[in-house]
Design a protein around this ligand. Structure first.
Ligand code: FES
Length: 155
């Protein structure tokens, strides 16, 4: 195993053993449960918004090392971002994981995410890495749909 692979493995284990932003938010603006139907692992995502800024984010997760580490990294990557920027980074992450030929490299702000690129070698684990990100996108996009429906019902 190369030094780079060793460092990435340590990064994943660090997030697994000490997940960042773990827990719930009582007055969450948005909340959504995500499920990996293949294994039954689940998580609950909480977002507290200030206008369109993700002021706080928490995840309660019951999952494997990859899904827990990925949830933790996701919360660090999007906390403080606008919803649009969070969608962009989630889309880039999904592209990195789903496109075999994609060589996405996140900059040093989100360097931890690069550690998950190695999971592509194990196709059954890709769903584990994507669970938190898919839940985030569904949560935000569901919210946009609700807002659009509200707007449409007022028109
Ligand atoms: Fe269930 Fe990874 S084995 S999310």
């Amino acid at each position: 195993m190369s030094l780079q692979d060793e460092l990435y493995k340590e990064t994943i284990l660090d997030h697994y053993h000490c997940p960042r932003n773990f827990g719930s938010i009582n007055s969450a603006s948005l909340k959504l449960e995500g499920l990996n139907p293949l294994c039954g692992d689940e998580l609950t995502l909480y977002l507290k918004l200030n206008n369109d800024i993700i002021e706080d984010i928490k995840v309660e997760a019951k999952g494997c090392s990859i899904s827990t580490a990925s949830s933790s990294m996701m919360t660090e990557a999007v906390k403080g971002l606008s919803l649009d920027k969070a969608i962009n980074i989630a889309s880039e992450f999904k592209q990195m994981m789903l496109n075999k030929n994609e060589i996405t490299v996140f900059d040093e702000t989100n360097d931890d995410l690069n550690a998950l690129a190695g999971v592509k070698k194990y196709p059954v684990r890709i769903k584990c890495a994507l669970l938190a990100w898919n839940t985030l996108l569904q949560c935000i996009e569901g919210n946009n749909t609700e807002n659009d429906n509200l707007k449409n019902s007022k028109e």
